[in-house]
Design a protein around this ligand. Structure first.
Ligand SMILES: NC(=O)c1ccc[n+]([C@@H]2O[C@H](COP(=O)([O-])OP(=O)(O)OC[C@H]3O[C@@H](n4cnc5c(N)ncnc54)[C@H](OP(=O)(O)O)[C@@H]3O)[C@@H](O)[C@H]2O)c1
Length: 251
């Protein structure tokens, strides 16, 4: 991907910035010079992040609330929106899920994707804007111990593709991209999942992780998103796998 380097005029909202991949992404974009609005429900970690990094502004909000996307997009008029927030699925086999636990990622991840992507199209965001939705590699491979997680993340990818098409049809010049991270033990969400999938396959965590190569860190995720946001629109595809080695375009 060829790139335009200056991000100082690219106001960026990172939804789900208090920990894990979102914190790495917010930090990397701020360090690359972007003014960053860091959104999460818990105040202390995003306030602490803002105190450490001058160009980060904390916003305490539930991103799945139907009014939050519209009000934050109106207030900040971002040119980049990155949706990272998601719920931790209950790690159990199908027959040990209830409908409520099975559908938790539909009520959070899909709901957040739906509200924010819709608002980005409706406003619409300024020409040249980018919207990145963090889906999951599980959308490709399934996640048999995570209830409806894989289906929810696949739906986020569909929503992103639908929006990309709607933006093109209406000549909005807004680029929608889905990023599918590979499972990593380095976040609160990934750690119990890795442990459970390792146990199920009769392996240690270390043995299980060997198939994936270098683990995805929040810092690698941050560098990858900086690269994606800086990339010339003409070279940005609809979706990418994100591993410890960085981004890989998906067909
Ligand atoms: N870790 C993995 O192995 C992996 C693999 C593939 C895909 N992913 C995806 O990558 C994303 C980030 O995962 P992660 O592992 O970094 O998760 P994480 O460590 O649990 O962090 C989730 C972040 O989302 C925020 N959040 C959750 N619900 C929110 C809401 N309703 N409104 C605002 N913020 C909310 C959390 O902050 P608050 O709780 O303070 O709101 C937190 O900042 C998720 O969409 C996940 O599905 C993760």
């Amino acid at each position: 991907m060829t790139s335009a380097s200056d991000l100082s005029d690219r106001t960026t909202i990172v939804v789900g910035a208090s920990r894990g991949l979102g914190r790495g992404i917010a930090t990397a974009l701020a360090e690359a010079g972007a003014p960053v609005i860091a959104v999460a429900r818990t105040a202390s970690p995003i306030v602490e992040l803002a105190n450490r990094t001058g160009t980060i502004q904390p916003e305490v909000a539930d991103a799945s609330d139907a009014t939050v996307a519209g009000s934050l997009i109106d207030r900040y008029e971002p040119q980049v929106v990155i949706l990272v927030a998601g719920a931790s699925p209950l790690i159990r086999p199908l027959q040990h899920q209830t409908w409520e636990t099975f559908s938790v990622n539909w009520q959070t991840d899909v709901r957040i994707g739906f509200h924010w992507v819709r608002e980005a199209l409706l406003k619409p965001l300024r020409r040249g804007s980018r919207v990145v939705v963090i889906s999951s590699g599980a959308a490709l491979a399934g996640s048999p111990l995570s209830g409806g997680y894989a289906g929810a993340k696949a739906t986020q990818r569909f929503i992103t593709a639908y929006a990309r098409d709607e933006a093109k049809r209406a000549e909005l010049d807004i680029t929608f991209t889905a990023v599918l991270p590979r499972i990593t033990p380095l976040t609160d969400l990934g750690r119990p999942a890795v442990q459970a999938y390792a146990t199920r396959s009769g392996q240690t965590v270390e043995e299980y992780l060997q198939q994936f190569g270098e683990p995805l860190t929040p810092e690698v995720a941050g560098a990858a998103l900086v690269e994606l946001v800086r990339a010339d629109v003409a070279g940005v595809g609809p979706s990418y796998l994100l591993t410890g080695a960085g981004l890989q375009a998906l067909p």
